[in-house]
Design a protein around this ligand. Structure first.
Ligand code: ADP
Length: 396
């Protein structure tokens, strides 16, 4: 096999996701996850050509995890097929408007963005350094969650705060899930027969983290996440938008400090917070069917906020060609798609119950009826493939 595959590495603070993909054929040879790194329970799980495997790697850190991954790749005869390593990096601030090769300057610029993503960027940097150690002969690239949104106009990314906070500390809206939007926008245009440079899409990326974006002519013009991934939509455990005075209110009323309130908004809110049951959309849907009141309410709030935000962002587009659902929830939950499309009937959307149900558990396609109306559709995102494509283009 020739050397044309890309190893993709996505390092979190205690986890590491990986995949080996051929960007031309889109074939995925291996994917997997090292998790609970730094603890006695650390483990490695993978799938090679559909076959699952796992291995305990007690107390492994990122370095040991990538070492274990290298052995795995050797055993699967994949090492010689890899042409480059592509890394997912969460925050590129205003320094990175697109993906790039790893250089000393790029590493420094990612480091300089650490104050914007204190949990993620250091982990991403660790992943790059360790990968350089184990794959010294391979070029490495970085693909950012934020860079796609660097095309947003200033009116969309500025907060109405003292300007000095932007100038001196970079306080502005950045947006995330950019790699997914880039991939999905392209796919949606192909499916709708649109030229990407003459298209107007609303895209909802709904996973554990959820955001929506307005994409005009292939470029992000607005998005719901902000300085951090907390802003915007209701998510699994994140609140999305709240009144910022909640901080002083909870401090005075409940005696919570900044860390407690930050945890509450990021880890105890969203679907989990309202339902007091689960952050997982499947569990919420099942409970709803059994008449669980708070699960029903959590779903109502999730859908309403999503529809309201999508409608609001339409002002950035001028017209809507397509409303796209993606991510674990967007690709699977016919219930949420139905509600949101119906709430947006003011724009002319007409749901096809049949097509929507057809895409109940995955699959891609249009879910609205009328040929003339803006269409709603389901697109399966593939961030890994996008990273592989970027990496292949950068090393070409
Ligand atoms: P991440 O942001 O971690 O990548 P995913 O995109 O995998 O998340 O999405 C996870 C979410 O997708 C969870 O809330 C899960 O419940 C939801 N999900 C997955 N399958 C279904 C399904 N069949 N019906 C409803 N929700 C689903």
């Amino acid at each position: 096999m020739s050397q044309e595959n890309i190893l993709i590495i996505n390092c979190g603070s205690s986890s590491l996701k990986f995949a080996v993909i051929n960007p031309q054929t889109e074939e995925e040879f291996i994917n997997g996850l090292a998790e609970r790194l730094g603890s006695p329970e650390a483990g490695l799980r993978w799938k090679i050509n559909g076959e699952k495997g796992k291995q305990a790697i007690a107390d492994a850190d990122h370095d040991a995890a990538i070492g274990a991954l290298l052995s795995l790749l050797r055993d699967a005869n994949l090492v010689e097929t890899i042409a480059a390593v592509g890394h997912r990096v969460v925050h590129g601030g205003e320094s990175f408007k697109e993906s790039c090769l790893v250089t000393d300057e790029a590493m420094q610029a990612i480091e300089d963005c650490t104050h914007l993503a204190p949990l993620h960027n250091p982990a991403n940097l660790t992943g790059i350094r360790v990968a350089q150690k184990y794959f010294p002969e391979l070029p490495q690239t970085v693909v950012f969650d934020t860079s796609f949104h660097q095309t947003m106009p200033k009116q969309a990314y500025m907060y109405a705060l003292p300007y000095s906070l932007y100038r001196e500390h970079g306080v502005r809206r950045y947006g995330f899930h950019g790699t997914s939007y880039r991939y999905v926008a392209k796919q949606a245009c192909e499916m709708l027969g649109l030229e990407e440079n003459n298209s107007a899409l609303l895209i909802a990326h709904l996973g554990n983290g959820a955001s929506a974006s307005a994409v005009l002519n292939g470029e992000s013009v607005d998005t719901t996440m902000g300085l951090t991934p907390l802003e915007g939509l209701v998510m699994g455990t994140r609140s999305g938008d709240v009144d910022a005075n909640l901080f002083s209110f909870l401090n005075k009323e409940c005696g919570y400090d900044i860390q407690q309130i930050t945890d509450l908004l990021n880890k105890k809110s969203g679907l989990l917070g309202i339902s007091e049951l689960s952050n997982d959309c499947r569990t919420i849907e099942e409970a709803m069917e059994e008449g669980h009141e708070q699960a029903t309410l959590a779903m109502d709030v999730f859908c309403y906020v999503l529809a309201k935000k999508l409608a609001g962002m339409s002002v950035a587009l001028g017209r809507i060609d397509g409303l796209v659902f993606t991510g674990g929830i967007g690709e699977n939950s016919d219930i949420i798609r139905k509600r949101v499309v119906e709430m947006m009937s003011i724009f002319g959307f007409e749901l096809s119950e049949e097509l929507n149900l057809k895409h109940r558990f995955g699959g891609e396609g249009v879910i609205t009826t009328n040929e003339q109306c803006p269409k709603a559709l389901v697109v399966a995102t593939n961030e890994e493939l996008m990273i592989a494509r970027d990496t292949a283009a950068l090393i070409a």
